[in-house]
Design a protein. Sequence first.
Length: 262
Amino acid sequence: MTRLVAVDLDGTLIARDGRGAREAREPFAELQRQGIEVAIATGRMVQSALLVFQDAAVERGYIIALNGAEVWSYPPGDGPIWQRGIEPAAAGRAVEICLSAGAEVQGYVHGELRILRRTARTEAYARRTRVAAHLVGQEQMSEGPQKLLALLDPAATGQLMDRLRQELVGRIECFRSEPDFVEIVPPGVDKGAALRALAERLRLSLTEVAAAGDGENDIEMLQVVGRAFAPRTAAQAVLQLGPTLLPPPPELADALAKELAR
């Protein structure tokens, strides 16, 4: 029996037009009536995920934020129950590599969204996640961030990831979360590792855990759980895992609740 379900946000629960959280109110309430706890698993900051839970009228749950660099209970207590950071020297070099590739860089540093300059892309991201961005210098971007995000042309993401992996082997992990997003996180960090840690804390077997995701950054999470789900619009690498397919957002939450009720 499933006792915990982790749901990715962008492209899974939340559509590009922002719909999805309010539509999840009744499905999430039904899951919790069945004894299934709900977790958000996202690349976003915890502040953004908190707003999604509020929109969905969820009273309790868990948040895997920054692609697994942080895990929080909801409502949040005094701080995260799990947190990892990129060591400053590696973060500084990663920022340099991203800038040399023509990327715009965002840093997620102890609760702040930091940017080097304001552009249409960074402003669109801040609006989408509903988190204010702080303009900083390059040194402040590398002060032990939990995550860095490079925004660049989709055709250039593969080359950037190759260079990051070659120059910073063992010091960072990187992957795509969207066609034009390269996520840079501490070594050993991903949604799957964070979900495993959360399951252990809750004394659950991973066979009692389900997950839904659509992007390459969801693969590790979908691989470790007992039941894996994805929207039909998921990335090809996700579809190749053979998850149970669901309608895309904003209908996904309702379909997911019905599947888990079977």
